[in-house]
Design a protein around this ligand. Structure first.
Ligand SMILES: [Zn+2]
Length: 306
């Protein structure tokens, strides 16, 4: 057993990121691999176990990390043992992933929603753990959301709290990956932006969309649509601070001023509209892995923490 490090994993639809995280939340041995190459077909839990074994053998030799902590792009049950629904990676749904991997690896295994790990990282990075209400909005391929109340992540009765990407938008009928119609994520996400690019700007590379066409009405509407779920949650929670992150908000030329103005426009006045801090999460491949490490140390220290 290696008491000083845990293995943090951020499992995405495209990339699997791994790293060792120590008690000071410093990361080492960071590695990015293609999810599709690792989890080709059949038994993804077993394949993930093999990938973890190979990483540990390569990086730690015959030592083991004191825990393995994995962020899934999924809903995860309240006990944080079972992966419930993963639209973008087949084979994990309804699997008791934490128990299965624990039996195979012989060390504690923790699982949680990937956005919760981003939130844990960002709370620490920006000194926000003591704040009463912090809301995290992560706009990548989908629309991720996490809520921290007095430094604890909101879980809900079934572990399904903070699924803001799946609140319905008025009169939207688009089918969402979750199976419902009209979810915010169908309008406010990287997936939506890709569709806009394919339909309206097929000759423009996606990463140049805002640099070249930020004032186009379609992209202005996209930014307005992004603001709706964010302002909705601000009006429910009256937060101290909101964290804005995810690849879309870091695209070159993305009009952050327009997004902030649209959020403010929809926020209730005078408060919370006039008094919430906005923090942009720094773009980093490592944040989710470090967050996974933070979560593992919290769980090892306090078994009641979920
Ligand atoms: Zn949905």
């Amino acid at each position: 057993m290696h008491d000083d490090v845990v293995l943090g994993i951020d499992l995405g639809g495209t990339h699997l990121r791994l790293g060792l995280v120590d008690r000071n939340y410093q990361i080492s041995q960071f590695e990015i691999r293609k999810t599709r190459e690792l989890l080709q077909c059949g038994q993804p839990v077993e394949q993930l176990v093999e990938a973890v074994r190979a990483y540990i053998a390569d990086r730690l030799g015959d030592r083991m990390p004191s825990a393995v902590s994995i962020g899934f792009p999924s809903t995860v049950d309240r006990t944080r043992r079972i992966v419930i629904s993963t639209p973008n990676i087949p084979g994990f749904d309804q699997q008791p992933v934490a128990d299965l991997m624990e039996q195979a690896l012989g060390v504690p295994v923790f699982v949680n929603r990937d956005v919760n790990f981003l939130m844990l990282h960002d709370l620490l990075a920006h000194g926000l753990e003591g704040q009463a209400v912090v809301l995290g909005f992560y706009v990548g391929t989908g629309f991720g959301n996490a809520v921290s109340l007095d430094g604890r992540l909101l879980t809900g009765k079934h572990g399904m709290a903070a699924e803001l990407g799946h609140v319905p938008l008025f009169r939207v009928r688009e089918r969402c990956g979750c199976g419902n119609e009209g979810c915010a994520e169908t309008m406010a996400s990287g997936l939506r932006l890709e569709r806009i690019q394919q339909e309206r700007f097929p000759d423009v590379p996606l990463d140049e969309l805002f640099v070249r066409h930020a004032s186009d009405p379609v992209l202005r509407q996209f930014v307005e649509d992004l603001s709706l779920p964010i302002a909705t949650e601000i009006n429910i929670f009256d937060p101290d601070c909101i964290i804005l992150g995810g690849g879309i908000l870091h695209m070159a030329g993305f009009p952050r001023d327009k997004l902030e103005a649209a959020i403010y426009q929809h926020a209730r006045k005078p408060y919370p509209g006039l008094d919430y801090r906005i923090i942009y999460a720094a773009p980093s491949q490592e944040s989710g892995v470090i967050g996974a490490g933070i979560y593992a140390f919290k769980r090892l220290q306090d078994p009641s923490y979920i």
